[in-house]
Design a protein around this ligand. Structure first.
Ligand code: F6R
Length: 242
């Protein structure tokens, strides 16, 4: 695992943005896995700036997002589809038909599993971007999730609902379920880049890099992948020993 420690959020955005843009430049029809939340915002901002400055072509790039809140319409301001349009897709020349976010209207795991088939049809994910929960979740794969999981309907833990309530008016407005790519779906990506900033991510980063591999810290599964880079600030890296 390649661990890159930088000073701040801006540097996380630059470093991660360059890793993603290098893929896009090298392969005009690359398939990217994308994340939402606060961690990737600086990365998306940097990508938008560079894309404009260097006229980078996204017209044949495909993207698959990790997750969506169950029950939220794509037009809902807290849906992850809305987030992606607002923070990235509306500002680059990507074809929205090539951007996939699980539908919040999915009602069964059978329907949810179709998402993995779409990814496979696209040739698999070349580079998967991830954030990480304070409890070590990646995607919305909460502690205890099977390492064999594929895209499915998942229950959010109280900790995750509490953390994500900062984006909503009230905690009671946060959906309690989501549709999330599974741990196996994530591990199928050819390359993975995970970003984290701040002290509250330090414990999860410790378990990801140096902890024992097990389902209690879902992030630890990444130790079994051969091409993982994590880009973190000093606070998120503060519990690493090696
Ligand atoms: C988002 C996702 C989540 C977040 C994680 C961290 O698509 O799958 O795993 O990456 O909850 O969220 P932030 O970045 O808001 O701290």
């Amino acid at each position: 695992m390649n661990v890159i420690i930088v000073k701040n959020d801006t540097q996380i955005g630059q470093k991660t943005g360059d890793l993603i843009l290098n893929k896009v430049k090298a392969n005009k029809s690359a398939v990217l896995g994308l994340a939402t939340g606060s961690s990737p915002i600086s990365t998306y901002k940097y990508i938008i700036e560079k894309t404009k400055a260097e006229n980078i072509d996204w017209s044949n790039i495909k993207t698959f997002n990790l997750d969506e809140y169950k029950g939220l319409e794509p037009t809902h301001e807290h849906s992850y589809r809305f987030f992606m349009n607002d923070n990235l897709f509306n500002h680059i020349n990507i074809d929205k038909n090539n951007t996939y976010v699980p539908s919040g209207a999915i009602k069964s795991n059978q329907e949810a599993g179709e998402y993995d088939k779409e990814i496979e049809k696209a040739g698999g994910i070349d580079l998967q971007l991830l954030g990480i929960g304070t409890n070590g979740h990646i995607g919305f794969n909460e502690p205890g999730t099977s390492f064999d999981s594929i895209t499915s309907i998942v229950n959010l833990t109280d900790e995750t609902i509490e953390m994500n309530s900062r984006f909503f008016a009230n905690k009671s407005d946060v959906p309690t379920q989501a549709i999330s790519m599974g741990l196996k779906s994530i591990m199928n990506a050819k390359e993975i880049v995970l970003i984290a900033m701040g002290k509250n991510k330090a414990e999860a980063i410790y378990h990801l890099v140096e902890g024992e591999v097990g389902t209690q810290w879902p992030c630890s599964i990444l130790q079994n992948h051969s091409n993982v880079t994590i880009v973190v600030d000093e606070q998120a890296a503060s519990l690493l020993k090696k």
